[in-house]
Design a protein around this ligand. Structure first.
Ligand code: ZN
Length: 365
């Protein structure tokens, strides 16, 4: 038996909710996380038709990319598709979970999937998140250093890019005097003490602070653990908006457009005029990515692929970069594969289905 919250834990292990943008509303939208999962239906958008599909296939968990509740609801009368979707889901005891801008921001998320479809190499985050890292410094008796380090790493500290278990230490002398009702591991009440200690430093993502400190307090031998937490200005290279990479062999623009259409299953692309030069560096952002135009230009992208571009934004390319608007839905539709692979790799005791409904509200004629 699997509970809904266990499926959510797997999704949030890839894309923690803490990485969602401030305007977003990702997470569990309806349903009881303690219910047993009977079946999962995967979709980009949750509509009343998708809820009907879940009912038909006996799925009581819908995993979507876009949150159906985005703005706060003041009433639930069924007057629009959002309210109709929620009412129907609740009536049929169906949980709806959305993994949105948090999934846009992580390696292995929306943009990794586009990069994979385009065959990009040397991929990195286009606009890495800043103010999301902390430094923990603590002082540990030498003989306990390995155990403390192991606990900190297991709690998620010490990851720098593709390197894990990173730390720094230097040996020095710690001094203290136990007083009052202290119960010291080393030393006696009222007597100054000197201990050979290691100063241990590790980096950690800010959302793991409580977990890492709890691990420290559990393993560190002292009654009072001395530690410092520093906020870092470093950008987190593995979390942020958009991605940039390179196609293996440079292509002329017309050939690149043909490949793009083929790889992303497109019938049409809106794009800037054909310019000279070859396409090699490709910036991408699933969904509405115009806020990353300057980042793409700064990082010398030959082309920026996204959705929802406005007329005047095409001018911002200014002949330095091509822009391709492949459509919001089209840029994100393969996100469903991320959910499918993740859930079916981790669970085998219920069905995982891809919705067959095309929820794209935009059509081309
Ligand atoms: Zn989107």
């Amino acid at each position: 038996m699997t509970k809904i919250k266990e499926v959510i834990a797997v999704l949030e292990n890839l894309a923690p909710l803490v990485w969602q943008e401030s305007y977003d509303n990702a997470g569990l939208q309806t349903g009881n996380p303690n219910d047993e999962v009977k079946g999962v239906l995967i979709t980009l958008d949750c509509t009343p038709e998708v809820v009907d599909e879940a009912i038909l296939h006996n799925c009581n968990l819908i995993v979507a990319h876009h949150p159906v509740i985005f703005k706060p609801l003041k009433r639930l009368t069924g007057s629009n598709f959002v309210e109709q979707t929620i009412i129907k889901a609740i009536q049929h005891n169906i949980a709806i979970y959305a993994s949105h801008t948090n999934l846009d921001s992580v390696i292995g998320g929306v943009n990794s999937k586009i990069a994979q479809k385009l065959g990009l190499e040397n991929v990195s985050i286009l606009s890495p998140k800043s103010d999301a890292l902390l430094k923990l410094v603590t002082f540990v008796p030498q003989e306990n250093t390995e155990a403390v380090l192991q606990a900190l790493h297991e709690a998620g500290a010490g990851q720098i890019g593709e390197y894990k278990n990173c730390s720094f230490q230097i040996t020095g002398e710690g001094r203290f005097m136990p007083t009052g009702s202290a119960n010291p591991t080393i030393g006696e009440i009222g007597k100054p003490e000197k201990v050979l200690e290691n100063r241990v430093e590790v980096i950690l993502p800010s959302h793991l602070q409580n977990r890492v400190l709890a691990a420290l307090f559990k393993v560190h031998p002292y009654e009072e653990v001395a530690y410092d937490i520093y906020a870092l200005k470093n950008a987190n290279q593995v979390v942020g908006a958009g991605m940039i990479g390179e196609i293996p062999i440079a292509l002329g623009y017309p050939d690149f457009l043909e490949e793009l259409k083929q790889n992303m299953g497109l019938s049409t692309v809106k794009h800037t005029v054909h310019g000279p030069g070859m396409i090699k560096r490709v910036a991408i952002c699933g969904g509405a990515g115009s806020f990353l135009l300057n980042d793409a230009r700064r990082q010398l992208a030959d082309v920026f692929i996204t959705g929802d571009m406005k007329y005047h934004e095409y001018f911002q390319a200014e002949g330095h970069m091509h822009i391709c608007d492949i459509g919001h839905y089209e840029s994100e539709v393969f996100t469903k594969e991320i959910f499918y692979d993740l859930i079916s790799e981790n669970f085998s005791n219920f069905a995982v289905l891809l919705s067959e409904i095309n929820t794209n509200p935009v059509r081309y004629s």
